[in-house]
Ligand binder design. Structure first.
Ligand SMILES: Cc1ncc(COP(=O)(O)O)c(C=O)c1O
Ligand SMILES: [Zn+2]
Length: 374
């Protein structure tokens, strides 16, 4: 890894060594990782078909002991949407059942490399499952904070991995506040604050690029709550562009639920920060984030790519879920919000565009909701 890589504050520009177990700046600002990977397509030759084939692009110290289940390099499957097709990453097939394993593998590898013995994390469910799984693999103690009404299968999964579970009454924001007290004394493996997470989710971009013959697609349609996949994908394509591997970045099309759309609203109004809006519950529990901490970065990334925001109603989510399942794709309702947005996008786009999207979470994670929808 280049030895000038460091953590950098997005507010005051202060820098910190990468191996300092911190998740925000002393000024309260968000941290990014300053890092220019030395990666080229020839590096993947002979490597296993996992996300770790891009090891040279991941900012972990040389010789770090990776925490992995040989995850990633998920199939990029062609799916038909009424005559138009999209290529869909099968990220619901990750070991813990969602794409969050990309981020968890990197963040927990970094935690182990720093000698961290215990972590805390807050989540609407899937990030908690992923962090708990990788902590089990790394033998790191783990406490997960979730909203009290999180899907039962996710609660079971977190506890079976051996993590301690804290169910917090109230909103997703109440859960985020509750974890901050714990984060004062224990390493915060936060998927929204901790920048290592995004250097895991960026492998989505590397994989898509390789699967398309080292080319960028025209558009990538992604869900956005805290934007951990979207921001990772933006980092990944930026790096591939800087390295001269692709000649342009794809348009990033962000999907939010109409019932909770602070970023779509900000985008529409030309604002730089998430709009403060009343929100309603949505079937897309994973994207129900009223105050995304990296909202400003998400808006910048979408604008810079020439992309847009789309919003989807509850009925559209249900319809898309039914359609996907009827075609053999068993995904959770949050993932159907993305496919509903994808269907909207395909209806309005010209033919011949290479459009990539994702199934982010497995349907088996939300059995109660799936039963109610029968
Ligand atoms: C299945 C699923 N899809 C999408 C998302 C949205 O991810 P993000 O909040 O990082 O934008 C989540 C987040 O929990 C999720 O669980
Ligand atoms: Zn700062």
């Amino acid at each position: 890894m280049p030895n000038d890589a460091c953590l950098v504050c997005t507010a005051c520009r202060q820098t910190f060594p990468l191996d300092q177990p911190r998740w925000k700046c002393d000024c309260g600002g968000l941290l990014d990782i300053r890092f220019a990977p030395a990666f080229g397509p020839s590096d993947v030759q002979g490597q296993k078909p996992t996300m770790w084939r891009y090891r040279q692009a991941i900012p972990l110290a040389d010789g770090a002991d990776i925490v992995s289940f040989d995850e990633g390099f998920t199939p990029l499957l062609e799916v038909d949407f009424g005559g138009k097709t999209a290529l869909i990453k099968q990220d619901h097939l990750f070991p813990s059942g969602s794409y969050k394993d990309r981020g968890a593998s990197v963040i927990i590898s970094q935690a182990r490399a720093m000698g961290v013995k215990a972590v805390v994390e807050d989540s609407s469910g899937n990030a908690g499952c992923a962090i708990a799984a990788y902590c089990a693999r790394a033998r790191i103690a783990c406490s997960i904070f979730v909203p009290a009404d999180t899907a039962a299968a996710k609660l079971a999964q977190i506890q079976h991995y051996g993590s301690s579970l804290h169910r917090i009454p109230g909103s997703r924001e109440d859960t985020a506040s509750a974890v901050l007290t714990a984060a004062q004394t224990t390493y915060y493996a936060s998927h929204s604050w901790n920048p290592f997470f995004f250097h895991g989710t960026k492998t989505f971009a590397y994989e898509v690029c390789e699967q398309l013959g080292w080319k960028a697609p025209d558009a990538v349609i992604l869900p956005v709550g805290n934007g951990t996949l979207l921001l990772g994908v933006a980092i990944g394509f930026d790096e591939l562009l800087q390295a001269g591997i692709v000649s342009r970045i794809p348009r990033l099309i962000a999907v939010q639920a109409k019932n909770c759309a602070p970023l779509a609203e900000a985008f529409r109004g030309g604002l730089n920060d998430p709009a403060e809006l009343p929100t309603q519950p949505t079937l897309g529990e994973g994207i129900a984030i009223a105050r995304p901490v990296r909202g400003r970065q998400i808006l910048q990334a979408v604008r810079r790519s020439g992309g847009a925001f789309l919003t989807v109603g509850e009925e559209e989510i249900v319809q898309s879920l039914r359609q996907m399942c009827s075609m053999g794709h068993y995904i959770e309702p949050t993932s159907a919000a993305t496919t509903a947005g994808l269907a909207q996008y395909l209806r309005q786009c010209g033919g011949g565009e290479v459009v990539v999207s994702t199934f982010t979470g497995h349907g088996l994670k939300t059995t109660e909701k799936m039963l109610k929808l029968l």
